[in-house]
Design a protein around this ligand. Structure first.
Ligand SMILES: *[C@@H]1O[C@H](CO)[C@@H](O)[C@H](O)[C@H]1NC(C)=O
Ligand SMILES: *[C@@H]1O[C@H](CO)[C@@H](O)[C@H](O)[C@H]1NC(C)=O
Ligand SMILES: *[C@@H]1O[C@H](CO)[C@@H](O)[C@H](O)[C@H]1NC(C)=O
Ligand SMILES: *[C@@H]1O[C@H](CO)[C@@H](O)[C@H](O)[C@H]1NC(C)=O
Length: 338
């Protein structure tokens, strides 16, 4: 058994044996680049811990590899106390060759484009630029970052189309482009993402055109296309063998017959199609969707009786508000069918 004293003693000897901790270390080249980044951002308050007299692995927002002491993560996020971090993402961020994770988060005065030098960061797995005012297009060069797993560009001022080449990212697990000003269609190429395809969060944009039939190949955990101007047939997202858990197609212009779509028994927990032009009946297959927690078909053009029974027992779980404003839905919890 260890006593408190032995633990203290071994901790002490550990300290004596390895007096240099990771935070004191720093690859000199990486340090030079970080100081350049600080300078390019005009020495912001947020980076005041980036003191040239100390090792960069201990600086705020930096993580180093434990063995090589190379910088692998740079995460510039606004602290709860509002700071005045302003400027563009500088080209110097492209000079941290071992970077695996790059984050700019909650920086309302971060403007300008997604910096082209980011294309040099071939080890990047996670790119998060969220809640900033970064603008311009989503650059196609991001498709050159073959190790990307998460590409999250939510809540910025990005505009223009979604580049179709993003489907060439072989390891992509989640693509979040929601809450921007993106226009144009969802690229047809997105059907060729490596199976099951990344979580696809494209909501709150101005995307238009039909849902490409090729997207039926995808089966990620989450698909959120809500609040766009998408049209046509979204039935490719349905089927008894799908694994998708969250499917939000609400507030679009989708128009297809809902009568015969099928669902998996268990995986689906969130199905929202409210505010579209979807017609036909509520499919009987809904009565087997056991784990549905969020469900909303209001504001469509559906007609006929709300299906009852089955293991799903919709009638016990959802009130009339999930069915309102359709063409002629009827039956509990709505008024009786005539
Ligand atoms: C802006 O940042 C500077 C340091 O770069 C700091 O001295 C100043 O107090 C900050 N202003 C506000 C309003 O936070
Ligand atoms: C972008 O800038 C506008 C205007 O300055 C501001 O209202 C908005 O909150 C900013 N966006 C973000 C995500 O910080
Ligand atoms: C947002 O982008 C538009 C161009 O699409 C630009 O005119 C505007 O200044 C940008 N807003 C901010 C706060 O950067
Ligand atoms: C369903 O959507 C409608 C329209 O957006 C909304 O008013 C209603 O509260 C929603 N109901 C549920 C349970 O989400």
């Amino acid at each position: 058994m260890f006593s408190g004293a032995t633990i203290a003693l071994s901790l002490l000897s550990l300290l004596l044996l390895s007096p240099v901790t990771l935070s004191d270390k720093c690859n000199p080249q990486d340090k030079k680049v970080l100081l350049q980044i600080k300078k390019d951002f005009n020495n912001p308050y947020l980076l005041s811990s980036w003191d040239p007299k100390t090792g960069c692995c201990g600086w705020y927002s930096i993580k180093c590899d434990e063995k090589t002491a190379r910088v692998i993560s740079l995460d510039i996020s606004d602290s709860p106390t509002f700071t005045n971090f302003t400027g563009h993402i500088p080209p110097s961020v492209g000079d941290l060759p071992y970077l695996q994770s790059l984050t700019f988060h909650k920086l309302p005065y971060l403007t300008g484009p997604i910096q082209p030098a980011i294309a040099k960061l071939k080890n990047l797995k996670y790119l998060y630029i969220e809640y900033t005012n970064v603008s311009g297009p989503i650059p196609p060069f991001l498709a050159e970052l073959k190790n990307l797993q998460n590409l999250h560009l939510s809540t910025n001022n990005l505009s223009g189309p979604i580049p179709s080449v993003l489907s060439q990212l072989p390891k992509l697990e989640s693509l979040h482009l929601d809450r921007n000003k993106l226009t144009g269609p969802i690229p047809e190429s997105f059907g060729s993402f490596k199976k099951p395809g990344p979580d696809l969060i494209l909501s709150h944009n101005q995307l238009s055109g039909p849902i490409p039939a090729s997207l039926g190949q995808l089966d990620p955990d989450r698909i959120d296309l809500s609040r766009n101007k998408l049209e046509g047939d979204a039935s490719v997202f349905f089927g008894s063998r799908k694994k998708t858990q969250i499917l939000d197609l609400s507030r679009n212009l989708l128009s297809f017959d809902f009568s015969n779509v099928d669902f998996p028994k268990q995986s689906l927990i969130w199905l929202d199609i409210n505010h579209n032009k979807i017609y036909g009946k509520l499919p009987v297959a809904l009565t087997k969707v056991e784990n549905l927690q969020q469900f909303n078909v209001s504001y469509n053009r559906l007609c006929g009786e709300v299906p009852h029974g089955g293991t799903a027992r919709l009638q016990d779980r959802f009130d009339k508000y999930v069915y309102l404003h359709n063409k002629c839905l009827c039956g509990s919890p709505l008024p009786k069918c005539k």
